[in-house]
Each structure stands twice: as C-alpha cells, then as structure tokens.
Design a protein around this ligand. Structure first.
Ligand code: ADP
Ligand code: MG
Length: 593
C-alpha cells in the first residue's frame, strides 16, 4: 500500500484560491483600491492598459510598507487589519482576509514599490509565479505603487475565459465607480491606454455623483437622510425622470462597502412604485450605516454580499426613509409616510444598543462565524436567499396598504385624428399620437442592446455613393446604424455597401430611406451638441413615427398607450414636447366652476 496524499505547494494552493478572489481584472482593481484606502491614501491613481490584461496599476499616497511588510504582504493570510477573532466584528477597514495580494501574486507578474513616511528609501519587489525574483532598495515617493502585469499569464484557462476588452473594461470602470462614489473626499484618477478617463477632485457626495455619472443628474438628485439609534441612511435618490431601463445606476453601500442586495433594491423600488413605469429602475446612491456587529460581511469571498441580523427592519427603514425623502421633495404627495406602526414599535427601532444586547449579539455571532467560516458562502447561499424572499413577501403583505388599481382596458376614442383619449383611475388622458409614438420609437432604438432590431439581409448588396461631407457623417454612424437595423460597410472613399436594412424598409427603398435619414440627421438640432447616437435615434424616431392625421383602430391605440406607459419618460417626446395632458376628476370639476 502506498500513500497518495500530499500537501499542495503554496504556489498552486494560491492559484486555486485566487479563483475565488480574483476572477477578472476588475476584481484586482477592487482589491488594490481598497488596500490604498485602508492605507489612508488621499490620492489614488488607477492605470489600465488593454482592459487590464496587460497592466493594472494603482499608485497611492498612503502610509506605505516597511521592507519586511513589503515582502510579507504577499503571503497567504498576511494582514495588518485583524489580529484576533474579535476584531472581525468591528472591522472598519475594507480588507481583512489577507488573501488578495497572495492571490494576485500567484496569477500575475507583480511589481511593488513602497515607502513609508520619514523613510529615506523605499523597497522594490518583483514577483513571478508567486516567487520573489528581485528585492531592492529604491527611490520612490511616499506611498505604494502596485503594478500587475499579464494577469493570468500562467493560468491559460482563466486568461481565455476573459471577455472582450469592452466588457472587461466596463467591469473595471464599475469597480472604480463604486469605490470613487463611496469615498468622495479622496482624489481619484483613472488612466486608460495612456488617456485620462476620469479625474475626480476632492468633492462632496453630490459633486462626486455628478462628476462620475453625468452632469444631467445635477438637478435630479433628492437627498435622503434618516437616522435612528439602530441605523442611519444617507445619500441621494434620483427623481423619477432620472430612472433608467437598466439597473446599472443603483448603488448600495453598507458601512461604505458596496453590496448587492436584491432585497434592499426591492425596498427602494417599492418606494418608487406608482412613480415609475414598469421595467424602469430608479437611480440611487445610498449609504447605510449600522453597527458592524449587526452584519456579517464574511458571507461572500469578494465581500459583496452581506447578511443583516434584522433584515426585515432594514427593509422597512429603507423603504420609509425613501418615501419620506420623495415626499419632502414633493416628488410624490406627502401623505403619511411614517414607518409602518408594526415596525416602528419593534424594540430594536427605539432602543439604543445596551451593553447586554451587544454581548448577546456578539456571542451569537461568534458562534455562527466559527461554525460557518469557510463554508458559509457555499452552503448557506441558497438557503439565505430563499429565506430572504420569503421574508420579503411577508413584509410586502404587511406593508401593502395602498389601494390596488383596477386593471382593465379603457375604451379609447380619437380626437381630430391627433389625440387618443381615455379615462382611467379617475383621470382623463389625452395623448398626442405623433409625439407619443416618437417617444416609444426613440426608447426602442436607445435600448437596442436588449432587443436587437431584426435586420433583413439584402438579396443583392447595394452600392451607395455619397458626397464627401455625407460620407463622413455616415462613417461616424456605422455602429449606430447597425443598432437600428441598417447593416452598412465602408467600401473605401465615399462608397458604402448596404448589406441589410430593418424589416420595415421595402426592397428598392434602401438607399432612398438612408438618404432621407442622413438628410434630416444633418439638419436636426445643428446648434445643440447632442450625442451623435441620440441625435440619430431622434431623427429616426421622428421619421418613422405615426403622424397626426392617421386614423387609428382600437387595437392600435391600445398598443400605443401600453407602449408609451412602459417608456422611461412617457410624458415627453424626445424633443421635449408634451405627449399627454392628464386631468383629474377634481381638475375637470374646477373647469366647470
Ligand atoms: P487585507 O487587505 O485583507 O489585509 P491584502 O492581501 O489585500 O489583505 O493585503 C495584505 C496587507 O498588505 C494589508 O493588510 C496591508 O498591511 C498591506 N498592504 C496592501 N496594500 C497596501 C497599500 N497600498 N499600502 C499599504 N499597505 C498595503
Ligand atoms: Mg486587501
């Protein structure tokens, strides 16, 4: 009988473990930026090349590392952030597992330069295949620079698994955004392929949100601020017109750590219910603060999911804080948005932490963490989320005090071959058919990534000759054209080949239809500096929409109204003209007096 069990060499063990912590360039970005923050940096510069596949570097002006620490930090379970199990319950740093650098060093070539305040010289270390290949004294500014080159070069399976540069870069920018949002007082910079992508000066939260996510949000942010002895919520939510068709603009931070929580998102969406059309998602950047003892951040290896001790209360709190905020800013009429009384009377809502309670929680927690540590995220996940959803429905029911709307198709009538009229939920609607359809088409084109428009291949590809000016316009728009169903190839010079057109373009009309689009594109809002994509979509919507003067059947009116109300911004056309006039019963009555 021979023995067959052997211990894995450290390098291999680290490579395997790296799979959990470092899945893609963006995960390394997150870990490195968090380390810079934990080191007290006030200035953090992220440098990316080739979507992070070639280079990921973070330069910070934090406290740096000693010569010994510079070497130690790459060891597995090497951390300066916790020393005893008790520390785990009070961690305020972003990291604490001591796994990130060991994992990174196992799957990339790493170059570290670091110097502490007051030191004459710094340390420079190069690591390949998890082994130190050089360590030298060097000149370097105070702080740390960590460069990761050729991520996964020694794990080809993982390297091949990486997505296109666009996708990987999007993940990198997502991570960067999350960290930059949660620390507005830190200066951040992101350089991509030698070009500056973000330069974020020290700011307050509102300025930071606008600097990253767009100037247009400036007038659409409603502050949220509520505090109880138990927890605090602060940040901003967007007014309904800041809502989007994707969940991309929703940020929850718990104790400054970005988390994903369908449960909490639901609490927000619920507060916005009736303010937003179906399938749109409110904008928010919200920070929840609570005693770290009340949450378990150890559930997920990348720490993006956490467990709350009393998630029901948190749900209700978030929900009511938002309604409060929306009410205050008269986004919705402020009726009575105090906490549901059954929740308000729960002891945890009113009483501050007592020492005794704290001890109890800690004991429970300690026990749980010991028993679950290392396997919580594998075994517990399914169960947690099931439980979460069950709880969610329970609380949903108890919060369900609002009147349920009647759902039946109204009877439409057409006025002047221009307006669609109907009466629903005590309101009289007059919808402008042309403006409304323009809105519908514009949003349809804008979200093509979810639902691509069907392209009809031309039986014989057509040659399209243009003058130089128009050729420049078309060249710039090839991708946008494809998004809306025109497959066009540049053939060199001013010539293009039309390979396919949207299904509604009749054979023989391909060139004609494109020429009309180019013409009106050129003359659409020439003074405004619109995004070219937006401009093309507006042009197209205007061209293809149902006109004033067209008689509509009941079914057509129904379809138009349904589609309009599932738009993100149903009230206005893309050119900002009203799509509808709504009169409540009261308003109608007033008109008579
Ligand atoms: P963790 O952050 O969980 O402690 P890491 O592997 O990310 O584990 O880092 C290990 C240790 O290296 C940290 O605890 C910290 O002491 C040190 N370290 C890492 N990055 C930096 C940095 N940018 N500046 C100063 N110290 C750092
Ligand atoms: Mg770390």
């Amino acid at each position: 009988m021979s023995d067959i069990i052997s211990l894995l060499p450290d390098t291999l063990a680290n490579q395997i473990a790296a799979g959990e912590v470092i899945q893609r360039p963006a995960s390394a970005v997150k870990e490195m930026m968090e380390n810079a923050i934990d080191a007290g940096a006030t200035n953090i510069h992220l440098i990316i090349k080739d979507a992070g596949k070639e280079l990921l570097q973070v330069i910070d002006n934090g406290k740096g590392m000693s010569e010994t620490d510079a070497r130690m930090c790459f060891e597995r379970h090497a951390t300066s952030k916790i020393k005893t199990i008790d520390d785990l319950f009070t961690v305020r740093t972003m990291g604490f597992r001591g796994e990130a650098l060991a994992s990174i060093a196992a799957v990339a070539r790493v170059e570290l330069k670091t110097k502490q305040e007051g030191s004459e010289t710094g340390t420079s270390i190069i690591i390949e295949n998890g082994q130190v290949v050089s360590q030298e004294i060097c000149q370097t500014p105070k702080g740390t620079s960590l460069a990761i080159k050729n991520l996964f070069y020694n794990v080809p399976a993982r390297r091949n698994f990486l997505k296109s540069n666009t996708t990987e870069m999007r993940h990198v920018v997502d991570e960067f955004t999350r960290v930059a949002l949660s620390f507005p007082t830190i200066t951040f910079e992101l350089t991509n392929n030698d070009k500056p992508l973000f330069k974020l000066p020290q700011a307050n939260l509102k300025q930071r949100i606008v600097a990253i996510l767009g100037q247009s949000l400036n007038s659409k942010l409603v502050p949220v601020n509520e505090e109880t002895p138990f927890l605090k919520i602060s940040g901003f939510i967007g007014t309904p017109d800041a809502a989007s068709k994707t969940r991309g603009q929703q940020f929850f931070f718990v104790n400054n750590r970005y988390i994903r929580s369908p449960y909490l998102n639901h609490a927000v969406n619920q507060a916005f219910r009736d303010l937003l059309p179906k399938d749109t998602f409110p904008f928010f950047v919200l920070f929840i603060e609570l005693d770290p003892e009340r949450i378990d951040i150890n559930v997920h290896p990348t720490k993006q999911e956490i467990k709350f001790d009393e998630d029901k209360i948190i749900y209700a709190f978030v929900n009511s804080a938002l309604k409060q905020a929306l009410g205050k800013y008269s986004v919705i009429p402020s009726i009575d948005f105090n906490l549901d009384s059954s929740i308000e009377n729960l002891p945890a809502m009113n009483s501050a932490f007592t020492e005794e309670k704290r001890d109890n929680t800690q004991k429970e927690f300690l026990f749980r963490s010991f028993s679950e540590k290392g396997k919580a995220h594998f075994l517990d996940k399914q169960e947690t989320s099931n439980k979460e959803w069950k709880e969610l429905y329970k609380i949903q029911e108890s919060l369900e005090t609002e009147i349920v709307h009647e759902e039946r198709t109204p009877y439409y009538f057409q006025v002047n071959q221009t307006y669609i009229g109907f009466y629903q939920s005590n309101k009289l609607y007059l919808v402008h058919q042309q403006n409304a359809h323009e809105r519908i088409l514009f949003e349809l084109f804008s979200k093509t990534s979810d639902e691509p428009i069907t392209i009809q291949k031309c039986l014989t590809p057509q040659t399209w000759e243009l003058n130089t000016t128009d050729a420049i316009v078309v060249n710039e728009l090839l991708e946008e054209f494809l998004n809306v169903g025109f497959e066009i190839e540049a053939f060199g010079g001013n010539t293009f080949i039309i390979q396919g057109v949207p299904a509604d373009v009749k054979p023989g009309q391909e060139i004609n239809s494109l020429e009309r689009i180019v013409e009106s594109y050129k003359f659409s809002s020439p003074n405004m500096k619109l995004d070219k994509r937006e401009r093309l979509y507006k042009t197209l919507a205007k061209q293809k929409c149902i006109r004033v003067g067209k008689v509509l059947a009941q079914s057509e009116m129904d379809e138009l109204i349904q589609k309009l109300f599932s738009c993100a911004m149903p009230t206005h056309s893309p050119n900002n003209e009203k799509t509808m006039i709504v009169l409540s019963s009261n308003e109608i009555e007033k008109l008579f007096h």
